[in-house]
Design a protein around this ligand. Structure first.
Ligand SMILES: Nc1ncnc2c1ncn2[C@@H]1O[C@H](COP(=O)(O)OP(=O)(O)OP(=O)(O)O)[C@@H](O)[C@H]1O
Length: 607
C-alpha cells in the first residue's frame, strides 16, 4: 500500500458512528412514576373491581394456613380422638372453598389487568406517535430514525409488563406482606419477630444491587438503540451497500455491535438473577430460626405444633412476594429508563410552533414573497444570507445553483418546515407564521425528488393527494399528466398493487404518478423538486407535457437540475452560497453571459 493511500484509508472503527441517546442517570423518580400513572386514570373505574378481586384472593390465601393450624390442633392431634373426623372434613371442605375462590378471583384479576394494561399501552403509544408527528424537521435532523423507532416500539413495550400486571401485583404483594406480618406478630410476637429478623439484612444487600442493575439496563437500552439505528440505515441503504460490495464490512460491524449488545444484556440479566438467591438464602435462614426457636416454644408449651406448621406456611408465602417485589423493582427501573426517554420526546416542543391565535390561511391566490430571508441549520453556518424574491400568483419560478447553494432551504421555509432566523415569508401578504400549519401546507403541493410510493394500489397512491377524490377524478388527473396509458398497461390497471417504495415502477412512471397526485390535490402553490436521474427522451417529453398541465394557472417553484426543463420558467433565480446572484428569464440570463450561462455551458459540455 502506498503512503498516500495508507494516509487516507478509512478507519473502520470510525464508520457508522451513531449519536447515542443521552444516558439517563436520574434517581428513582416519583414524579415521573406519577406522570406515568396518569395514563391509568381513565381506567380507574374498571380497575376498582380488579383491586377488590385481588384483595379477596389475598385474604383467601391468608386464610388457608389458619385452617391448617385449626386442622392440626383441633382435628389431627391424637388427643382429639375419633370425634375429630367430621371436623377434619369441615376444615378440608373450607380449604377447598378458599382455593376455589382464590382461583376465580385470580382468573378475573389476570384477565382484566391484561385488558386494562393493553389499553394504557395503546393510549401511550398513540400519544407518543401523535406528538412525534408534530415535531419539526430540526428534531429529525438530530436523530437517526432507528432511535426514534425504538422509543415507539421497545420503550413503550417495556412498560407493558408494568401496566399489565405490575401495578396490581405490586398492590397484591403489599397487601399479602402486610397481612402476614400482622398475623405473625399477633399470634406470637416473639416468634414472629424472630423469623422476620433477617428481613432488614436482606433489604440492605438487595438495595446495593439495585443501583448496579439500573445502570446495567440503561446500558442495554443504549446498545439496542445503536443496533436499531444501524439496522435502519443498513436496510435503507442496502442497494448502495450491495453496489459497493460492502456487505462483508457491514456484517463485521453489525456482528461487533450485536456481540456488544449481547454482552451488555448478559451482564444486566446476570445481575438481575442475583436477586433470587439473596431471597432464597434469607428464606432458608428464616426457616431455620423458625424451627429452632419454634421447637423451643413447643417444648415450653407456649405454642402448639399446629401454630408452628402454620407459621412455616405463612413464611413460605412471605418470601415469595418479597422476591416478586425485588423483581418488580427491576421492572420499575426499566420502566423508569423507558418512560424518561418517552417523556423526553413528549416534552420536546416543535421548533416550528403554531401561534395560539393562529388562524387558518384563507383560500389563497398564490402571491409569494420571500422577504430578506436569513436562515441557518447550525449556528454560525448560514444557508441563506438575505434572500428576497417577489412572486406574482401564477408565475413559474425556477431555482438553480450549485449543490448546497440553498435551493431546498428556500422551499423548506416556504412550507414552514423551519422558521427563518430573520425575515419573513408572505403568502398573499400574510406572514406564514401567523396561520395554522395545516392550512398552509394543505394549500402548498410538493412533488419530491424521491417520489414516495406507499404500499397499496396505484389508485390509492394517486388518491393520497386528496382522500375524497372519486375514481373518475383520479383517472382524469392521470390522463392530464400522461400517466393513464402506462397505468392501463399494468396487470391490474389502477388496481395494481405497488410496493412500499414503488420498486415495480420506473423512475419516470413514479414521477408521473406523483404529478397526478399533486394535480388531484390542486394546490395554488406547487413545488417541484426535479428528479436528477436521467430518463429516456420519450419519458422526458411526456414529463414535459405533464408539467405544462400541472403548472397551468399555479404559482410554481421548481428546483431544477436539468436546466433544459426550466427554459420556459417566468423567472430563473440563480443562487450561490445562500445569495441570489442572478435573476431573470432564460433569454435575459443567457444574454448576460454570467453564472447561469456558465451553468448551461457546463451542462452541455458534460453532455
Ligand atoms: N438538515 C440540515 N442540517 C444542517 N445543514 C443543512 C441541512 N440541510 C442543508 N444543510 C446545509 O445548508 C446549505 C444549503 O442546503 P440546501 O439543501 O438548501 O442546498 P441545495 O441548493 O438544495 O442543494 P442540492 O442541489 O444539493 O439539493 C448546505 O450547505 C447544506 O449543507
Amino acid at each position: 500500500m502506498s503512503a498516500s493511500s495508507k494516509g487516507s484509508a478509512i478507519n473502520k472503527n470510525e464508520r457508522f458512528v451513531y449519536q447515542d441517546d443521552e444516558l439517563i442517570e436520574k434517581p428513582f423518580n416519583w414524579g415521573q412514576l406519577r406522570r406515568l400513572f396518569t395514563y391509568m386514570k381513565p381506567y380507574m373505574r374498571q380497575l376498582s373491581p380488579v383491586i377488590a378481586m385481588m384483595i379477596l384472593g389475598t385474604l383467601t390465601r391468608l386464610g388457608v394456613p389458619a385452617l391448617v393450624i385449626l386442622a392440626i390442633d383441633e382435628a389431627i392431634s391424637p388427643e382429639n380422638g375419633e370425634s375429630s373426623i367430621p371436623k377434619l372434613l369441615l376444615f378440608a371442605g373450607l380449604m377447598l372453598l378458599l382455593y376455589i375462590i382464590q382461583w376465580a378471583s385470580n382468573t378475573y384479576r389476570i384477565k382484566y389487568t391484561n385488558i386494562i394494561g393493553q389499553k394504557v399501552i395503546y393510549d401511550l403509544r398513540k400519544h407518543l406517535f401523535q406528538h412525534i408527528q408534530k415535531l419539526s424537521f430540526r428534531f429529525y435532523d438530530k436523530r437517526p430514525a432507528g432511535s426514534v423507532l425504538v422509543r415507539v416500539t421497545n420503550d413503550v413495550n417495556s412498560l407493558q409488563d408494568l401496566f399489565t400486571n405490575g401495578v396490581v401485583n405490586l398492590l397484591m404483594d403489599c397487601v399479602q406482606l402486610l397481612g402476614i406480618v400482622i398475623i405473625l406478630l399477633v399470634w406470637n410476637f416473639k416468634l414472629g419477630l424472630a423469623v422476620m429478623i433477617t428481613v432488614p439484612l436482606m433489604f440492605l444487600v438487595s438495595s446495593s444491587l439495585r443501583k448496579r442493575i439500573r445502570f446495567a439496563w440503561q446500558d442495554v437500552r443504549i446498545k439496542q438503540s445503536r443496533i436499531n439505528a444501524h439496522l435502519n440505515e443498513s436496510i435503507q441503504g442496502m442497494k448502495v451497500t450491495q453496489a459497493y460490495v460492502q456487505e462483508k464490512d457491514n456484517m463485521g460491524f453489525f456482528t461487533k455491535m450485536n456481540g456488544v449488545n449481547m454482552k451488555s444484556w448478559d451482564r444486566a440479566s446476570a445481575l438481575n438473577q442475583t436477586f433470587g438467591p439473596v431471597i432464597e438464602i434469607t428464606a432458608a435462614i428464616g426457616t431455620f430460626i423458625l424451627f429452632w426457636y419454634g421447637a423451643h416454644l413447643i417444648q415450653q408449651d407456649v405454642i402448639t405444633v399446629g401454630l408452628l406448621v402454620g407459621y412455616a406456611n405463612y413464611i413460605g408465602n412471605f418470601w415469595e412476594p418479597i422476591n416478586r417485589l425485588g423483581q418488580m423493582y427491576s421492572q420499575l427501573l426499566i420502566a423508569m429508563a423507558s418512560s424518561e426517554r418517552i417523556f423526553e420526546f413528549i416534552d420536546e416542543e416543535p421548533t416550528v410552533a403554531e401561534l395560539k391565535e393562529a388562524k387558518p390561511l384563507p383560500k389563497i391566490k398564490g402571491d409569494v414573497k420571500f422577504d430578506q430571508l436569513v436562515f441557518e441549520y447550525e449556528k454560525g453556518r448560514p444557508a441563506l444570507k438575505g434572500v428576497t424574491i417577489d412572486v406574482k400568483a401564477g408565475q413559474s419560478i425556477a431555482l438553480v445553483g450549485h449543490t448546497g447553494s440553498g435551493k431546498s432551504t428556500i422551499i423548506n421555509l416556504l412550507c414552514r418546515f423551519y422558521d427563518p432566523v430573520q425575515g419573513r415569508v408572505l403568502i398573499d401578504g400574510i406572514d406564514i407564521r401567523d396561520v395554522s400549519i395545516e392550512s398552509l401546507r394543505s394549500q402548498v403541493g410538493i412533488v419530491l425528488q424521491d417520489t414516495f410510493i406507499f404500499a397499496g394500489t396505484i389508485r390509492d397512491n394517486i388518491r393520497y393527494g386528496r382522500l375524497d377524490a372519486t375514481d373518475a377524478e383520479i383517472v382524469k388527473a392521470a390522463q392530464a399528466v400522461n400517466a393513464h396509458d402506462f397505468i392501463m398497461n399494468l396487470p391490474d390497471g389502477y388496481d395494481t398493487q405497488v410496493e412500499e417504495r414503488g420498486n415495480v415502477l420506473s423512475m419516470g412512471q413514479r414521477q408521473l404518478l406523483s404529478f397526478a397526485r399533486a394535480l388531484l390535490a390542486d394546490p395554488r402553490i406547487l413545488i417541484l423538486d426535479e428528479a436528477t436521474a436521467s430518463i429516456d427522451t420519450e419519458t422526458e417529453l411526456k414529463i414535459q407535457e405533464a408539467l405544462k398541465a400541472l403548472l397551468a394557472g399555479r404559482t410554481s417553484f421548481m428546483i431544477a437540475h436539468r436546466l433544459s426543463t426550466i427554459r420556459h420558467a417566468d423567472e430563473i433565480i440563480v443562487l450561490d452560497h445562500g445569495r441570489i446572484v442572478e435573476q431573470g428569464n432564460h433569454d435575459a440570463l443567457i444574454a448576460k453571459r454570467g453564472v447561469y450561462n456558465g451553468l448551461i455551458e457546463a451542462q452541455y459540455r458534460f453532455l
